[in-house]
Design a protein around this ligand. Structure first.
Ligand SMILES: C[S@@+](CC[C@H](N)C(=O)[O-])C[C@H]1O[C@@H](n2cnc3c(N)ncnc32)[C@H](O)[C@@H]1O
Length: 311
């Protein structure tokens, strides 16, 4: 599987639904003790192949995620949000003996959103986007309050785009273009070009906008996703048994792919199972690359993909 990453086109979205440390599919470690080593080579490959616009959606149990989180951060992934999939009481109804249980029954999983940290190099230093903006403006020898003149605003540019604290806002492409124009017209001559990545020409607002993960936030969606476990015709069965214990709802996969990519963007689903992420990607007119190592699941996923519009 690891060889495949280099053959796939770079992803805008990675949907990871791999090991949980529950022994729930062949190769899933029996406890969380083996999770970090299980994910390590995959995380390394994701970091290597991801773009600044890439979002990683990491599905797991709460404890599985907590275990792998430090590995993701160390590899350059920045935590954005933790989404709780609440499957509802029906998930355990009739199945939980509260007299013997020593904890409340679990009806959730998490899907955690990470973005790839983008770094800029300037004068031999490595810095974040926020730091680079300030650095380039100061390097141009211009006072910070002039950023407001550049953007044609009263104080929003210094307050939002050039603040050094955590309340930083990403300047939209037109504001970035205005800042670049101003710095290159009015900044010290000997340091030009300003806001350049290659040292030859400044970046454009269009290029700037590709330097962070895509995201659209539709109204009404929060970080708690109330959705029953997969059932009905979507739940694939053989001899009345669920084929895959971990099948994810298409509704949730469509929601995250829609939120973090555009049509024709590339979605990776390295741990395919029945390839629900890939079905969702096709429905939304995205391109997808998936892998599944168990032949039974793989064959069913291939058939499912041939008829993806039925689901
Ligand atoms: C949690 S399940 C994914 C379920 C999937 N999200 C769905 O909705 O059907 C993880 C899957 O990853 C597969 N898998 C585990 N390690 C893999 C690897 N190295 N390469 C490819 N598939 C792998 C397992 O066989 C299992 O089917």
């Amino acid at each position: 599987m690891l060889d495949l990453y280099a053959q796939w086109k770079p992803p805008t979205v990675i949907v990871s639904d791999g090991a949980y440390g529950l022994g729930s599919f062949p190769g899933d470690p029996p406890t969380i003790a083996g999770l970090v080593e299980w994910y390590r080579p995959h995380v390394r490959a994701w970091t290597q192949h991801a773009l600044p616009e890439t979002t990683l959606w990491f599905w797991n149990s709460e404890l599985g995620w907590a275990t792998v989180h430090p590995l993701l951060v160390e590899a350059g992934w920045e935590f954005r949000n933790c989404h709780v999939w609440d499957k509802g009481i029906a998930h355990i109804a009739g199945n939980a003996n509260t007299r013997t249980l020593r904890k409340f029954p679990v009806t959730t999983e998490v899907c955690v959103q990470y973005v790839k940290k983008t770094f800029f190099e300037a004068q031999g230093m490595r810095m974040s986007m926020q730091e680079w903006l300030r650095h380039e403006w100061i390097r141009a020898g211009l006072p910070l309050w002039k950023t407001n003149d550049a953007c044609g605003v009263k104080n929003a540019a210094t307050r939002k785009y050039f603040t050094a604290d955590h309340l930083w806002y990403f300047p939209p492409p037109d504001a970035f273009d205005a800042l670049v124009r101003y710095a290159n017209e009015h900044g010290r001559r000997d340091g030009r070009p300003y806001f350049s990545r290659d040292g030859r020409r400044p970046m454009t607002g269009g290029e700037w906008s590709t330097m962070r993960a895509k995201f659209v936030c539709d109204a009404g969606i929060t970080n708690v996703w109330t959705e029953p476990a997969v059932r009905g015709i979507e739940r694939l069965k053989a001899r009345n048994q669920c084929i895959h214990m971990n099948q994810k709802p298409l509704k949730l996969l469509e929601m995250i792919i829609h939120a973090s990519s555009d049509e024709l963007d590339v979605v990776w689903e390295p741990f395919g199972g029945l390839c629900s992420g890939t079905i969702a990607a096709h429905k939304l007119n995205r391109r997808s690359f998936a892998a599944e190592c168990v032949p039974e699941f793989y064959n069913i996923a291939v058939k499912r993909l041939e008829n993806y519009d039925v689901f």
